[in-house]
Design a protein around this ligand. Structure first.
Ligand SMILES: Nc1ncnc2c1ncn2[C@@H]1O[C@H](COP(=O)(O)OP(=O)(O)OP(=O)(O)O)[C@@H](O)[C@H]1O
Ligand SMILES: [Mg+2]
Length: 359
């Protein structure tokens, strides 16, 4: 959760400074006013990267040398991110330079929900793995260790395969790969079954007109069902050698929530798909709350696209029930009136400047 936020020289924002609400924050304004830029700034701060560009120099305001995002997280911990043309990226947590981005990420569970998040269901398995792994990362503190180790071992094994090394130099990695892979697999499975439990009631409330019969989890570990990963690595050794890389493993996992055994993309309308994705993110935000995290953050860019007023209202009502701080952008200035709650804040964004509307 953010209790204070300052942004400077970032896209069309010269300098703004706001005290966000713990609950819902509306960022309302015309096209090009700077709403997505504020959301981008928060995303940058939490994750060290933008969802709009790989080259951070594009984020710096035209004619400037650097941009800065500074905030207080949870009760009072200062965090700051600065990117300058000369010295690159620098992140400070509690006034000390941060070495690992994951240290900050674990304190600030944050999800970005794009205007066209309904397209999620057409994306590849990599995105679905990212989604589940985000959740596991915030629930199982050992996950990051297993995942980083797994990636390293996989790289070694693939490099040995590619260089056509002798068998023993390839199979040497199997034990470690299996250990980490099996652990990752069991974390994912138990997370997804908890996620399903949280997801169903939320989706039912968001999408009142859709008569939900049965939602089920379809999960693929990334290797043959009846086998252990270790046995699978053994039995597919010749195939891997021909391919020059390791095909099966935790890096090949996939999952989906099926509705009456069908894909959401084949069954739901576009608006309903957006609600499905929002419900997933809300359920994840709820599960991510543990230890010192008071609230997780949802960045919802352009809530109004694809959704009519009644469904936007359902989303806002649902957010009130969750331990979530949200930043919601829209070009619809009346959105802030939809659910009257004194704890919410409405910010009007105009040409990179911001005005608190309900002070
Ligand atoms: N590096 C930059 N320096 C200055 N201005 C920039 C830079 N990059 C983008 N802009 C401009 O910043 C403005 C804000 O863009 P932003 O995407 O935040 O708008 P928005 O309020 O989300 O609009 P929309 O409702 O259309 O999504 C745009 O006019 C954009 O062209
Ligand atoms: Mg935008």
């Amino acid at each position: 959760m953010l209790s204070q936020l300052s942004i400077s020289s970032l896209r069309n924002i010269s300098a703004i400074n706001i005290q966000p609400s713990k609950e819902v924050n509306f960022l309302l304004g015309d096209n090009g006013s700077g709403k997505t830029s504020i959301i981008e700034a928060i995303h940058l701060l939490a994750l060290g990267r933008s969802f709009r560009t790989r080259t951070l120099k594009n984020v710096i305001q035209f004619g400037q040398q650097q941009f800065q995002v500074i905030a207080k997280i949870n009760s009072d911990t200062p965090v700051g991110l600065q990117y300058s043309l000369t010295s690159g990226i620098q992140i400070r947590l509690n006034s000390a330079p941060l070495k690992k981005l994951s240290d900050l990420a674990s304190q600030l569970p944050l999800q970005y929900i794009s205007a066209n998040c309904h397209q999620f269901f057409e994306l590849g398995p990599r995105f679905r793995r990212q989604l589940v792994d985000w959740g596991v990362f915030h629930v199982e503190h050992r996950f990051n260790y297993h995942w980083q180790s797994y990636k390293k071992v996989l790289q070694q094994r693939n490099s040995a395969l590619k260089k056509r090394k002798p068998t023993a130099e390839i199979t040497l990695w199997n034990t470690h790969l299996s250990e980490h892979g099996e652990q990752i697999n069991s974390y994912r499975l138990s997370y997804l079954s908890n996620l399903l439990t949280e997801f169903v009631p939320i989706f039912t409330r968001l999408c009142t007109d859709f008569k939900l019969a049965e939602v089920s989890l379809k999960y693929q570990s990334g290797w043959l069902k009846e086998q252990s990963l270790s046995a699978s690595l053994d039995s597919s050794f010749e195939r891997d050698r021909k391919l020059g890389y390791t095909r099966s493993g935790a890096h090949a996992a996939d999952w989906s929530f099926k509705l009456n055994d069908a894909d959401p993309a084949e069954m739901l309308s576009r608006g309903q798909q957006k609600l499905f994705y929002l419900a997933l993110s809300m359920a994840q935000g709820k599960l991510a709350i543990k230890d010192g995290n008071e609230r997780s953050i949802l960045l919802i860019d352009d809530l109004s696209s694809e959704l009519d007023i009644a469904h936007q209202q359902n989303v806002l009502i649902e957010l009130k029930k969750l331990p979530v701080q949200s930043f919601i952008s829209s070009t619809d200035l009346s959105l802030g009136e939809l659910v009257k709650d004194e704890k919410d804040k409405v910010f009007h964004v105009e040409q990179g400047e911001i005005k608190l509307a309900n002070a």
